[in-house]
Design a protein around this ligand. Sequence first.
Ligand code: DC
Length: 206
Amino acid sequence: MIVAIDGPAGAGKGTLAKALADRLGLRHLDTGGLYRATALQVLRAGGDPADPATAERAARSLDIALLDSPDLRTAEVGNAASVVAAVPAVRQALLDFQRAFAATPPGAVLDGRDVGTVVLPDAPVKLYIVASAAERARRRHEELLARGEASIYERVRVEIEARDARDAGRAVAPMRKAEDAVEIDTTDLTPDQVLDRALAAIDARS
Ligand code: DC
């Protein structure tokens, strides 16, 4: 069983992916973490995430231990991740890891931007998770405050919209809904309700 979950930042993909993996006994990969780790490696070395050669080198020599770094979830790293993710050679370097992860028994839930369209186009179940920009910004803002980071709602909203535009507008593997994906709008749903809808979609496909 392989479940591919895509959608914009803050829509609830990560929460759903973890809950689904738990419920179905599958492994979980947050593919955004790979782009974040690449960005963090560049930033820590004092490099420029917008320089394609620097970003590619980081992706090729990625230290997987960075996936557990507490710095991975900061807004700075999220924005830099979106920048390195637009570099085709970075995406290529991270592709094999994602496919190998999905192919390892007993199967997996992968969440990101291009899992259903590029990484695993043959995944039997694809979900596309969306929510209004206002609600996604509100969730991210609360998350940052809960972690003790300084956060201004309006700024989070502007950043989330800029990130959407960059992720959906890039030439290679842009964020988009796969033709055969089931869309779930989480704006007015609780995490449990989202999980129920996803399980229903999975039942309908199997
Ligand atoms: O989901 P996230 O916020 O952790 O993702 C960080 C960035 O990584 C996101 O802005 C775009 C990029 N990304 C991507 O291009 N493709 C993926 N499959 C996952 C994330």
